[in-house]
Write a protein that binds this ligand. Structure first.
Ligand code: CDP
Ligand code: CDP
Length: 231
């Protein structure tokens, strides 16, 4: 157990994890750690190294593993949201594209990738009170987290949210709603069925269904769960 506060938010793609985690981090003064961005950045590094291309379904795991020591992942605060760095390069936008979406579940299923990133995540958590979002935070990364939330929403609503977000941010604006829904459903399937730390609700996590619930209501609900723990 740690004297630092640990809030773990897990759940499927586009359930609102990072949006809620950022609000909570700001409100309580905790560090926000986006573990999905870390898996996305390794995926981008593997693409840049020519180890994977869109559509590929298997990968040379040893070659990806060999990239890990050379792949520094950094976060810097930014008023418009956190920036993500691959070595010295700002990859905040590059890691959100559909080619990365299509490949990231394959890379995140590699056991050596998970071991390496889980260690980096725990090192960050050792230094400060944090809110960390991902797939295996409550089950594997921070099993003693004081607050564990499993955030879900219907796949239709999650696809509609991601579609709207892409249009607003100018990311993959040609992707249709049904393509996005299929991509999300595929990623959820792969993430839930991999052998090492699959996406699953921790036994002691609280399920929060955000279907039809707006962001202020969800974040107020989670803030009250944290405040109960802090009493
Ligand atoms: O934002 P979105 O929910 O679409 O995805 P993300 O949180 O950025 O995560 C991208 C991918 O990284 C997931 O689909 C998983 O394959 C992987 N991931 C993981 O395996 N474990 C984590 N703790 C976080 C993400
Ligand atoms: O991190 P994750 O992939 O779980 O989702 P996100 O990136 O936080 O949220 C995906 C999109 O859904 C964002 O554009 C949020 O503004 C939106 N959202 C929403 O409309 N209602 C919620 N209750 C939560 C998120």
């Amino acid at each position: 157990m740690t004297d630092k506060m640990q809030v773990a938010i897990d759940g499927p793609a586009s359930a609102g994890k990072s949006t809620i985690a950022k609000i909570i981090a700001k409100e309580f003064g905790y560090i926000y750690v986006d573990t999905g961005a870390m898996y996305r950045t390794i995926t981008l590094a593997a693409m840049r190294a020519g180890l994977i291309v869109p559509g590929q379904e298997t990968v040379d795991e040893a070659a990806v593993t060999a990239l890990l020591p050379k792949t520094l992942i950094g976060f810097t605060p930014d008023p418009a949201g956190q920036r993500v760095f691959l070595n010295d390069e700002d990859v905040s936008e590059a890691i959100r594209h559909s080619d990365v979406n299509g490949l990231v579940s394959m890379i995140s299923a590699i056991p050596a990738v998970r071991t390496d990133l889980v260690k980096r995540q725990r090192d960050i958590a050792a230094s400060a009170s944090i809110v960390m979002d991902g797939r295996d935070i409550g089950t594997t990364v921070l099993p003693d987290a004081q607050v564990k939330i499993f955030l879900v929403a219907s796949v239709e609503e999650r696809a509609a949210r991601r579609f709207k977000e892409n249009q607003e941010k100018g990311i993959d604006t040609n992707d249709t709603l049904s393509e996005i829904e299929a991509s999300i459903a595929r990623r959820d399937y792969l993430d839930s069925h991999r052998e090492v730390s699959p996406l699953v609700q921790a036994a002691d996590a609280q399920l929060v269904d955000t279907t039809g619930i707006d962001i202020p209501t969800v974040s107020a609900n989670i803030a009250s769960i944290i405040n109960e723990k802090l009493k």
